[in-house]
Design a protein around this ligand. Sequence first.
Ligand code: B12
Length: 228
Amino acid sequence: METTMDSLNRGDPKPIFEKYLQALQKGLFNQASQTTQEALQAGLLPETIYEEVFTPALRMVGDWWEAGQATVAQEHLATGITTYCRNLVYSKHSVALPVSLSVGKVLLTNIDGNHHTLGLNLLSDVFQWRGWEVFPLFCSLPEEEVAAATLLYQVDLVCLSVAVLSQVESAASTIKALRQSNWEGLIEVGGPAFIHHPEKALQTGADFYGQTAIDTVEKATQLLKARV
Ligand code: B12
């Protein structure tokens, strides 16, 4: 009989995903953090835990909410638990980061009105692990503040998170404000709004769209290299 550990040793995150999802469904913080520790002990890559466990589990919680099978409080709890579990992964894998990272500088923020936070946290970690200097502004930010911050920190890239389709217009307006400022960096959009409508991402005027955190960081690194 195959155990969870056997599957994990072959790098299969599915059993961990199922256990983690069950913990979120029941609101069991300890089970979720124990499952995360198990994944770490078995050597699952941090990026795999993010992409194959945390992200699909939260998406499933969203589907339950949409179907009337989960409350807003359950959504908040799933986010709260996963924020803690993300800290477990982050603290294990970020201890030896150099003070200054060299690939490029990225500022991550929500567009004004977006209150979803977890995706930006996960994306920010992957940027850091892959050598980028990160400016995690995160909270819902007015467009003039985003434009001012890009100049202040001299970033190469801005990642704008858009959670719901009604926020696409606001993303386009923020991007317009960035293009009209003196800043000349790259702009990426991502987040739950585009998962089922990727075609809408580039209608915002962004340079590119990143579907997953890994995909985003790889595309950003290539585009930045091509500019130098
Ligand atoms: C938790 C949650 C909430 C919480 C957020 C709490 C918090 N502190 O974050 C609360 C309760 C506040 C909330 C509110 C709402 N929500 Co909500 N929420 C979710 C849920 C379940 C999880 C979000 C999440 O953390 N996902 C996991 C992260 C890791 O995924 P991610 O953000 O997509 O990021 C990944 C990728 O996109 C990728 N990526 C690549 N490039 C980039 C670039 C950027 C910039 C980012 C961010 C990511 C990224 O990297 C990440 C890692 O893989 C989603 C379900 C879902 N499908 O995601 C619904 C969901 C996003 N919510 C939805 C809705 C409708 C709402 C509300 C409008 C509900 C309402 N009527 O009040 C409000 C809007 C609030 C607002 N003004 O922003 C819908 C959106 C539908 C749509 N596409 O238009 C979803 C999809 C649920 C559903 N199935 O219907 N929500």
